[in-house]
Design a protein around this ligand. Structure first.
Ligand code: GLP
Length: 240
């Protein structure tokens, strides 16, 4: 596990955007796993800037997002699909026919989850998975639990996650469940880049880097992955 501490969110975004765009330029049909939340937003801005300067084209990439809220259709402003469209995909030449998302409105959850796992496999696996981290150590929406999950599944969100994310729901009606890639899906990615900034993430980052590997801090499992880089700022790294 490679931990890189940088001065600012901006500095982190420059480095992570470099990793992603180099990957795409070396392999234009790369398979990329994207994350939502505030942590990767600056990185997505740097990728858009590079796209606008003609330094990278996203038109041949295939994408898989980590998770989606149950009950929110794609055109809902709080859906993660909408988030990705607004913060990256819609501002570049991403081919939407190659954008993959778990469907939060699917009536056939089990089928939906199986199909997502199969689609990742059929695409050849994820080349780089971008991650944020929850204050409780969750990755995707893999909340602390008794065991590590494998494939995609439906999860009941913890109160801690609801408390952290409800600010985005203006009417206060945040979904209580989500569909998420499992820990196995994340661990099968060839390379993983995690971004964490701010003091609120310090405990989760300590657990991830220095804690025991336990499903009670889901991100700690990354210690067992051969190619993980964690980008943090001073505040997120203050307990290390
Ligand atoms: C949500 C997402 C995670 C994300 C986390 C942290 O729960 N499902 O993928 O990492 O939020 O979000 P933020 O980056 O806004 O702190």
């Amino acid at each position: 596990m490679n931990v890189v501490k940088l001065q600012s969110t901006y500095d982190i975004s420059v480095e992570v955007a470099k990793i992603i765009t180099e990957q795409i330029n070396n392999k234009p049909d790369s398979v990329l796993g994207f994350a939502t939340g505030s942590s990767p937003v600056e990185t997505y801005k740097r990728i858009i800037e590079k796209y606008e300067k003609g330094e990278v084209s996203l038109k041949n990439i295939t994408t898989f997002n980590l998770d989606e809220y149950c009950g929110l259709p794609r055109d809902n402003v709080n859906s993660y699909f909408y988030f990705m469209k607004d913060n990256l995909f819609g501002k570049t030449d991403v081919d939407f026919s190659k954008v993959n998302f778990l469907s939060g409105t699917s009536g056939e959850i089990e089928e939906e989850c199986k199909a997502y796992r199969k689609a990742i496999e059929e695409a050849g696996g994820i080349d780089i998975q971008i991650l944020g981290i929850g204050t409780n150590g969750h990755i995707g929406f893999n909340e602390p639990s008794d065991s590590f999950t494998d494939g995609p599944f439906k999860v009941k969100l913890t109160q801690s996650t609801i408390d952290s994310n409800k600010k985005y729901f203006e009417d206060g009606n945040m979904p209580t469940h989500a569909l998420t890639m499992g820990i196995g899906d994340i661990m099968r990615a060839k390379k993983i880049v995690l971004i964490a900034t701010g003091e609120a993430k310090a405990k989760a980052i300590f657990g991830t880097v220095k804690g025991e590997v336990t499903p009670m801090c889901p991100a700690s499992v990354l210690q067992n992955h051969p190619d993980v880089t964690i980008f943090i700022d001073e505040e997120a790294g203050k307990l290390l």
